[in-house]
Design a protein around this ligand. Structure first.
Ligand code: FE2
Length: 346
């Protein structure tokens, strides 16, 4: 019984033309564009899809998500038998509907629209340049690879804010078999689908934390698109700037949680579009960790944001897979429990 990754992200937008142009420049291969119904479809090398639809498109389910962004994620499931087991369980307390292509769709108790579909992820091939270092020569009489632009091959993760992080965590953990990977106090929790190997496929962000850009509502934050190297990521950054898109606020950085190198760009389809590369690969031997939020946020960032301008104490521990997210003392307050309160003795 395994969810293997993100099969489709469906953006709900107010500006179809600008959103579609953004993702063409961003490097997602455009498969078709219907200017009558305002539907655009992109498909990445792994076979995952990105759709752009207008807010009033009748395709959408009645979710609680506010604003532009991914209003529905369709998760890929390895087999029909796995899909049946998942939906037999969900049918106990959800109204399920089936699309013509077999996708099962529903809305959770906390108002998120979700789809499940049998999917065979296509293998992808990457060939980043080897690196040379003092005393370690891997690339001899060979130049680095020259990219013309970035062409993401995969969708690595997606992020929304939620009013109740634990309600969301328990649903994905207990009903869809996601694993807790890391817990970032004050920010949210990182979860991985049981059949996937990216550090996380989803981040459940704390919508009660205004520093994350939320207003206590279920809203989209960002999606991460996988490129093969920092060279490809930076070439994509320059390409987007030459095409007239705004510069990234933070520029190139590397998260400490996940080790992923990142470049966030403001996205007219909602939130941010993140070029990501060199992220940790995990399996079920991984032990979850609990992090002080600013320490976990970054190893380095090109343009240091104000919130990490101060010296940051190194603060991380390990926790059990069933650890819950510490909530604030008052409704609407971000959590602030110290890391040591959650560290497992096991
Ligand atoms: Fe991300």
């Amino acid at each position: 019984m395994a969810i293997v990754g993100i099969e489709t992200l469906v953006y709900s937008v107010d500006d179809f033309d600008t959103s579609t142009r953004f993702f063409e420049d961003y490097g997602l291969p455009l498969i078709n564009r219907d200017d009558i119904h305002k539907v655009a479809r992109f498909q990445l090398a792994e076979g995952s899809n990105v759709y752009i639809r207008k807010h009033d498109d009748p395709w959408f389910q009645n979710s609680k998500m506010v604003g532009n962004g991914v209003r529905e994620c369709i998760w890929g499931v390895d087999t029909q038998e796995s899909l049946q087991r998942l939906t037999d369980n969900l049918a106990k307390d959800h109204e399920l509907k089936q699309d013509a292509d077999g996708t099962i769709r529903f809305v959770t108790a906390f108002g998120q629209a979700i789809g499940l579909k049998v999917w065979t992820k296509q293998p992808v091939f990457s060939h980043p340049s080897l690196t040379n270092s003092p005393g370690r020569h891997q690339r001899i009489n060979e130049t680095v690879k020259w990219h013309r632009r970035a062409i993401p091959k995969s969708i690595q993760h997606v992020v929304w804010g939620y009013k109740d992080v634990n309600e969301t965590l328990l649903f994905y953990r207990d009903r869809l078999n996601f694993r807790l990977v890391d817990l970032q106090i004050g920010s949210g929790v990182y979860i991985r689908a049981d059949g996937a190997t990216d550090h996380h496929n989803m981040f459940i962000a704390d919508a009660n934390n205004p520093a994350l850009g939320f207003a206590c509502e279920h809203a989209f934050h960002h999606a991460n698109f996988g490129v093969e190297s920092i060279d490809e990521l930076m070439t994509g950054k320059n390409y987007m700037e030459r095409r007239g898109w705004p510069k990234s606020t933070w520029g190139l950085g590397r998260h400490r949680i996940s080790s992923g190198a990142f470049l966030y760009l403001h996205c007219p389809a909602g939130g941010e579009a993140e070029y990501g590369t060199d992220i940790d690969v995990l399996d079920d031997r991984w032990q979850p960790r609990v992090w002080e939020q600013f320490f976990g946020f970054h190893i380095y960032v090109h343009n240091l944001p104000e919130f990490v301008m101060h010296e940051i104490e190194w603060n991380m521990g390990f926790c059990s897979p069933d650890t819950l997210y510490p909530t604030g003392d008052t409704p609407g307050a971000a959590a602030s429990a110290p890391v040591q309160e959650l560290v497992s003795n096991s």
